[in-house]
Design a protein around this ligand. Structure first.
Ligand SMILES: Nc1ncnc2c1ncn2[C@@H]1O[C@H](COP(=O)(O)OP(=O)(O)OP(=O)(O)O)[C@@H](O)[C@H]1O
Length: 343
């Protein structure tokens, strides 16, 4: 059953353009120039109940805007979306009780008070039974290892501790849908790992539907099987995470261990050297040429060991983003060229 259904969703903003100079400022009093920003244009996807999906894209791609639309914080310019059968921007109380939005860059807890005061407020807002509340606080604080910190003002907590408190506040009412916008941003590797492990455990236990945006591919690899890639407001890929490597990476990494000095000086005919710690070399090789390269190397050199790996997801995704940016830059250039020839 689908938990989230998004169809042709659009969000445009009209942004005031202020030109430089005194004259332009005075002119701006009478006449204002505007430009239209297409934060999200024609986005469609569905997410099944209990699925955990990565929502990926470069800066400014439209991820946060989509999550804000799904939370009902903003209204769309066009299109529809339902989350658990509710239209988010109708802001029905029943819907508010069933989802949570966590933004890594925004503090939702009271800064000067201990986290437990914010938790108590959530208890009242969501009308959580007192016994159930105590049970959930116990469970969440011990899973996230912050039980000893709930009496300390939030401003005194480290970023990682605060983020864990934010997650507790978001999960106290047991939402069926959890929207996570960069939940591990700025955290050190240990805190990131802790948050990942917690989310993995919690999602399996509670079967919560989760949409996760993260620039940190370790989060994505650890937590999600499916990825939706958005760039410049529209969806570029939607499918299993493993497909991204198949679809977008034409290369693999070949790790070759030569026998002592019996190795080539120049590898250019086989591939690009990624790492050379002679007698061990890592080569980026075309995916479809692996058997050919291997037999060529084996026929010329004594090789002790060979391994073939996928390229790091991080690298491939970064390339996908750049490719789409270049595509769009090219089409933009083509459009302006066309414009100038037709003018
Ligand atoms: N309130 C707003 N007014 C005008 N433009 C906006 C507004 N909110 C977002 N935008 C623009 O919409 C586009 C998408 O922004 P959004 O915050 O959704 O991107 P994002 O994918 O979340 O990026 P990041 O990874 O940097 O957080 C950007 O170009 C941004 O400048």
């Amino acid at each position: 059953m689908n938990a989230i259904v998004v169809k042709n969703l659009e969000k445009t903003y009209k942004v005031y353009q202020k030109n430089e100079g005194v004259f332009a400022s005075i002119k701006g009093l009478w006449h204002r120039d505007h430009k239209t920003v297409h934060a999200v244009s024609d986005v469609s996807f569905t997410i099944e109940q209990g699925e955990m999906v990565a929502f990926l894209g470069p800066n400014g791609a439209g991820k946060t805007t989509t999550l804000k639309l799904l939370s009902g914080l903003i209204f769309p310019s066009a299109g529809t979306a339902t989350v658990l059968g509710h239209i988010p921007w109708k802001r029905e109380n029943e819907y508010r009780r069933r989802f949570s939005l966590v933004m890594g860059q925004k503090n939702q807890l009271w800064w000067d008070l201990p986290a437990q005061e914010s938790f108590r407020l959530h208890k009242e807002i969501y009308r959580i039974d007192p016994q159930e509340y105590t049970r959930r606080i116990d469970e969440l604080t011990s899973l996230l290892e912050v039980r000893h910190l709930i009496g300390q003002p939030v401003r005194e907590l480290s970023l990682g501790e605060r983020m864990r408190m934010e997650l507790i506040a978001a999960l106290l009412h047991r939402p069926d849908v959890l929207l996570l916008d960069e939940p591990t941003i700025g955290l050190d590797v240990v805190s990131q790992r802790r948050v990942q492990e917690f989310l993995k455990y919690y999602q399996i236990e509670q079967k919560t539907t989760v949409v996760l945006t993260s620039h940190y591919m370790k989060d994505v690899e650890a937590l999600c099987k499916r990825a939706v890639i958005i760039n410049q407001g529209s969806i570029k890929h939607d499918g299993p995470l493993s497909d991204i490597l198949d679809r977008f990476s034409n290369h693999k990494i070949m790790d070759v261990q030569f026998d002592g000095d019996d190795m080539p000086r120049d590898f250019s005919q086989w591939g690009e050297v990624i790492e050379n710690e002679a007698p061990r070399v890592k080569l980026k090789v075309p995916r479809n040429k692996i058997p050919e390269i291997l037999s060529s190397l084996l026929s010329k050199y004594r090789i002790l060991d060979v391994g073939v790996q996928e390229r790091p997801l991080e690298e491939v995704i970064a390339e996908v983003f750049t490719e789409h940016k270049e595509d769009s830059d090219h089409s933009q250039n083509a459009k302006s060229e066309l414009q100038s020839t037709t003018d």
